[in-house]
Design a protein around this ligand. Structure first.
Ligand SMILES: *[C@@H]1O[C@H](CO)[C@@H](O)[C@H](O)[C@H]1NC(C)=O
Ligand SMILES: *[C@@H]1O[C@H](CO)[C@@H](O)[C@H](O)[C@H]1NC(C)=O
Ligand SMILES: *[C@@H]1O[C@H](CO)[C@@H](O)[C@H](O)[C@H]1NC(C)=O
Length: 497
């Protein structure tokens, strides 16, 4: 018996930062609707996901055939996180060649459902090619962005216009021709892929080919909240002339998170329990990033001299294997670890920390973060203000929004190679964590944003409504016009002239 429920097909790009938000979305849809969900990815990622999904889930995992050797990638490379930076763009290009395979896969789903098309296909921001596949199959299609509206609008606009390659030698900033609301962007706010772009490099070629394809989609779902991200959302409504559905924050529930170490969790909890309310700074640059050796030294000095309590998720600095053991004697100031451990001022955590437990703990006061959008949402959901140190992709623009417009963040540094001085970093930590005017202001704003988020996620809240509207739009399309016809695979069509 085929499952009669309407099918929602989702397919994220093969990278942790994409798979996790899509998984959170899939679990959210499963919990709040009666749709059947098919989650597509490459074989190794699917087998990893299979072991991490809750046993009772009805989410159907579907492998899309992929052999990295066919694309000049090392064997068994199916995840952005597993390849050196120089090969990431090759994985992107390889993913685009999945178009015909993806189409056959969806045709197979349709056949299995007795000719019924899925209700919708939800694709990745890097899979612009998917919109026209959906069109050919007569299925409603939306892009899902795990990034926020403002950050993604800057990212989108810069790739399409490359305004920074035109500026004069002595200028260090530029504006976006189709996004004036973003005001000026400084060259130091560009991730490496963008600052090195000249229009002919692989990143430019890829993005300038596939980002414009979003216009063939029916709209964009954003893991964000309308209340503080309206400007970026308007950019897409205006430039693509498509609806946007801000449905966030959709976060991976604690029980579905990888728990690398139960013991580590307890250590963090006990340590936080022993500290006064709002006295602890949490420092983490996400699972994919690390900083340079000299930055690490300066940050350590800043933390110690700030006299604030801190939990710091440490990883080997740039140039060392990120998964190797952490050598505190080598990479941190002499005696640092011993001093902060004995005085109980700081806790060093290796590789992984229970981020959501820490951010929701009453002892936590602020979060020094790379400001990946997921971390931003987790922090603000708990009213925790940020110290921003963006590292890659649209993180620089996230910090711009959070610091300049929303007022919940103070920027600390930019990128993995900038010079930092420990006195400056310590001063910024003091600003955010103390009761000075600015400190009070960012804490107040962070609490306001937390309320905004709560309201968005309650009954009739903006994010809940946006999700309903998205499914209504899909149903309306699929039950009228193209959507109501049963799909006949091309190979079985007899053309009669
Ligand atoms: C995806 O596959 C890679 C293997 O290339 C694996 O290391 C990674 O953990 C997988 N990611 C997820 C989220 O399952
Ligand atoms: C991938 O392709 C290579 C080379 O063609 C082959 O040796 C290997 O067995 C293939 N791997 C899988 C999992 O099919
Ligand atoms: C949500 O809206 C519906 C329809 O307008 C209304 O009946 C209901 O009371 C509202 N719920 C809340 C919690 O405001």
């Amino acid at each position: 018996m085929p499952d009669k429920r309407e099918n929602v097909v989702v397919f994220p790009f093969m990278a942790q930062g994409h798979i996790i938000p899509f998984l959170a979305l899939a679990l959210h849809i499963e919990r709040t609707t009666n749709y059947k969900i098919t989650f597509i990815n490459t074989p190794l990622n699917i087998s990893k996901l299979r072991s991490s999904l809750p046993p009772a889930t009805s989410i159907h995992l579907l492998e899309i055939p992929f052999n990295s050797s066919d694309y000049g990638l090392p064997p068994n490379t199916e995840n952005c996180d597993a390849v050196p930076y120089s090969l990431v763009v090759r994985l992107l290009e390889a993913s685009a060649s999945l178009r015909p395979v993806f189409k056959r896969l969806v045709e197979g789903i349709i056949e299995e459902q007795g000719g019924e098309r899925p209700l919708c296909i939800i694709g990745d921001i890097f899979f612009g090619w998917m919109a026209s596949v959906a069109e050919e199959l007569g299925v409603f299609h939306a892009v899902f962005s795990g990034a926020g509206g403002f950050g993604l609008a800057c990212y989108y606009s810069i790739w399409l216009n490359l305004p920074h390659i035109e500026i004069k030698d002595d200028d260090d900033h530029f504006s976006l021709p189709d996004f004036h609301e973003a005001s000026e962007i400084e060259l130091s706010q560009l991730p490496l892929t963008m600052s090195e772009a000249n229009g002919r490099d692989s990143w430019s070629v890829f993005h300038r080919k596939y980002l414009p394809e979003w216009t063939k989609s029916s709209g964009i779902l954003f893991n964000t909240v309308e209340g503080f991200d309206r400007t970026g959302l308007s950019y897409f409504e205006r430039n693509l002339n498509k609806p946007v559905w801000p449905v966030g924050p959709i976060l991976l529930p604690i029980e579905n998170r990888a728990r690398t170490s139960k013991e580590g969790e307890l250590i963090c909890k006990d340590w936080l329990d022993s500290k006064p309310e709002t006295s602890v700074l949490f420092v983490s640059f996400g699972s994919m990033n690390t900083i340079s050796s000299s930055q690490m030294m300066e940050l350590a000095k800043a933390l110690e001299s700030s006299n604030k309590n801190f939990i710091w998720v440490v990883r080997p600095p740039i140039g060392f294997d990120i998964n190797s053991d952490f050598k505190a004697d080598e990479w941190l100031p002499k005696g640092f670890k011993k001093r902060i451990t004995e005085s109980k001022q700081g806790l060093l955590v290796h590789k992984w920390a229970p981020q959501l437990d820490i951010l929701s703990h009453k002892s936590t006061s602020a979060f020094l973060s790379h400001c990946g959008w997921n971390s931003v949402l987790e922090s603000l959901s708990h009213g925790v203000p940020l110290l921003g140190w963006p590292m890659a992709a649209e993180q620089f623009f996230n910090v711009k929004l959070l610091a300049e417009t929303i007022g919940v963040c103070v920027e600390v540094a930019r990128g993995k190679s900038c010079d930092i001085k420990h006195e400056d970093v310590a001063a910024k930590i003091e600003t955010v964590m103390s009761d000075c005017e600015k400190g009070k202001e960012v804490k107040k704003k962070a609490c306001e944003v937390r309320e905004m988020i709560r309201n968005a996620m309650t009954e009739n809240g903006s994010s809940v409504k946006a999700m309903d509207e998205f499914f209504e739009a899909a149903k309306k399309t699929m039950r009228s016009g193209t959507g109501s016809k049963r799909h006949v695979p091309e190979s079985n069509v007899t053309v009669v002239n």
